[in-house]
Design a protein around this ligand. Structure first.
Ligand code: FAD
Length: 121
């Protein structure tokens, strides 16, 4: 069995992970290349099999198999993740989050360049 036993730790891991994922989407390119689109798609699918809470991973993998990652732009990716997080919220009986202007809710403290998701020296 791969499920985590401690609820506090599971919640902490969840909060940190959602923050990372939403921030990643808020910095995803406005106009991604074909490679960047494939990277995001593959990243999310792999993430959903490797997330350390086994029960969560199992549900999330099923969810994003039904609603595949939207990778065509920053807006579509960030709205897609917000909707997926809301699906998880719904299942856990948590409040539904307002997805309007979601990108501005997840600043990363990084330089504000166009090609901001690429690696630079
Ligand atoms: P969280 O849901 O962690 O959200 C953190 C903050 O993000 C909120 O306070 C709010 O400011 C903001 N937020 C809320 N909703 C959205 C949204 N839709 N878009 C953007 N921002 C939002 N826990 C389980 O018990 N069972 C599971 O099956 C499970 N599956 C999970 C799957 C994944 C992929 C992840 C990352 C976590 C999962 N968790 C699961 C953990 C769970 O989702 C919460 O992270 C945890 O319960 C803590 O909840 P929270 O109320 O602090 O807010």
């Amino acid at each position: 069995m791969n499920a985590m036993g401690n609820e506090t730790e599971r919640a902490e891991l969840g909060r940190a992970t959602w923050k990372f994922l939403h921030t990643m989407m808020a910095r995803y390119p406005e106009k991604p290349s074909k490679e960047e689109r494939k990277s995001l798609h593959d990243f999310m699918m792999l993430f959903s099999t490797l997330y350390p809470c086994g029960e969560c991973a199992n549900h999330f993998n099923k969810l994003i198999t039904t609603y595949p990652p939207q990778t065509s732009s920053r807006l579509s990716a960030s709205q897609w993740l917000c909707a997926m997080h809301n699906k998880v919220n719904e299942r856990l009986k948590k409040p539904i989050f307002d997805c309007n202007n979601i990108e501005s809710k997840y600043p990363c403290g990084c330089a504000n360049t166009e090609n901001d998701s690429s690696i630079s020296a």
